[in-house]
Design a protein around this ligand. Structure first.
Ligand code: FES
Length: 176
């Protein structure tokens, strides 16, 4: 019978990749510092994601073993919360809110324009690793719909015509 790790690999279809050795010690520290705390899983996942920028499968395996939480539970939490990502993200993570208020006010058109400008689909990252595009659930700014988030910054009442300038400004910031 496959152990829980093998099962998760089959389920996700993601290929495990080696961890950056420079970060492994920090990950071990994060796990150790939370080990005795009840409900440690979510805070550890948060800190691990800050460290790596996302949650690669080997990191989930370390967390599972370190906290003695089954891989199926770790994976279930990561996939439940949209703030966690199993995939690498761009320097600028753009999330378009697809909640009801934003949807009825044109979120889909914003998303379509971003797809055209960035040449990627939701869930993907540009080849220069500058941008990634995602959809998200309501971000609690319904009065300002349609809204999107760039990293942690909310951009409210957005219009399709503003998408090109938003991306151009971020590229200019990076000298591109
Ligand atoms: S639906 Fe988009 S902020 Fe609530």
């Amino acid at each position: 019978m496959a152990d829980s790790t093998d099962m998760t690999r089959v389920t996700t279809g993601l290929v495990p990749e080696p961890l950056d050795p420079a970060l492994e010690a920090q990950l071990a520290e994060i796990i150790d510092s939370h080990r005795a705390m009840p409900g440690a899983l979510i805070p550890v996942l948060h800190e691990a994601q800050e460290l790596y920028g996302y949650l690669p499968m080997p990191v989930l395996e370390r967390i599972s073993a370190g906290l003695k939480v089954p891989m199926t539970e770790v994976y279930g939490v990561v996939t439940f919360y949209s703030r966690f990502s199993l995939q690498p993200k761009g320097k600028y993570r753009i999330q378009v809110c697809m909640g009801t208020a934003c949807y009825v006010k044109g979120a889909e058109a914003l998303l379509d324009r971003l797809r055209e400008v960035l040449h990627i689909d939701p869930g993907q990252m540009t080849t220069d690793r500058l941008f990634s595009l995602d959809q998200c659930r309501c971000i609690g700014a319904c009065g300002l719909a349609p809204a999107l988030i760039v990293n942690t910054e909310v951009h409210a009442k957005m219009e399709t015509t503003q998408m090109d300038s938003l991306i151009a400004e971020l590229r200019a910031k990076e000298g591109r």
